[in-house]
Design a protein around this ligand. Sequence first.
Ligand code: GLN
Length: 308
Amino acid sequence: MQALLESILDEVRPLLGQGKVADYIPALATVDPHQLGVAVIGTDGSLSQAGDADVPFSIQSISKVFSLVQAITHQGEAIWDRLGHEPSGQAFNSLVQLEFEQGRPRNPFINAGALVIADINESRYAAPVLSMRDMVRKLTDNPHIIADMVVADSEYQHRSRNAAAAYLMQSFGNFHNDVDTVLKSYFHHCALAASCVDLARAFSFLANQGRCLHSGNVILSPRQTQQVNAIMATSGLYDEAGNFAYRVGLPGKSGVGGGIVAIVPGRYSLCVWSPALNPSGNSLVGMQVLEKLTERLGWSVFAPVVCP
Ligand SMILES: NC(=O)CC[C@H](N)C(=O)O
């Protein structure tokens, strides 16, 4: 695996320089786009990594999976009264559908949906920012995880679109807490910094029927784990979810920091990172790495099930 990861990174390195780092959050515009890393953790505990796999980056929308897990943990199925689990086919920050659909976001992985989830969590936790940070520290097994406050502040300064989504939902009665307070929690979650190795480890529970590999803690039931993987497969890459299913064939979640996590249910959790994005806001080189890896290894949730 180690040699395969190294050789795939060598193959895609010439593509570094294509794509564009997220500049609608000015603090992210300064990140060096030539970085590239990948980490793969097996449910047998094996870790393989290549390139800049230990360099922390802004997890951005990858945090939406952690927030969803928190909300499922304390609200269960009741969260679906407030939002759907259908793909949107729209950009992650689109507002068009939200007006048509009376302020009920399509899914928890577009911004509007993540803001409703943040609102649900704001009602539940006394200190949502710390609850999230502690959860990510436990799941990554890294007590040094912190949010990059320069990124969080930069997003707050440029919050118009997310604020518009939240106020629109408030006008439909689907937002219960103070908008500014929830936005601050949400930006803080997005600004958490973690490496490929941290995130591959953090998401091992999704490859392991809901049980965290290193702690043994039950994070979700096996059924809830399948459901979160299903939402990742159908909505994790926004308006590119279909392309991701076609090219990679795994549940995945991207962020505008250039990270993409992916799950091979029962086998592996992986994370790839390269900051420059394609027009859908997904890591351009990261997609290539995942496509090559799954093609070489035959990993796909759409491949025939091999019975023992
Ligand atoms: N796709 C993303 O990673 C978007 C997250 C970003 N924090 C935003 O709200 O715009």
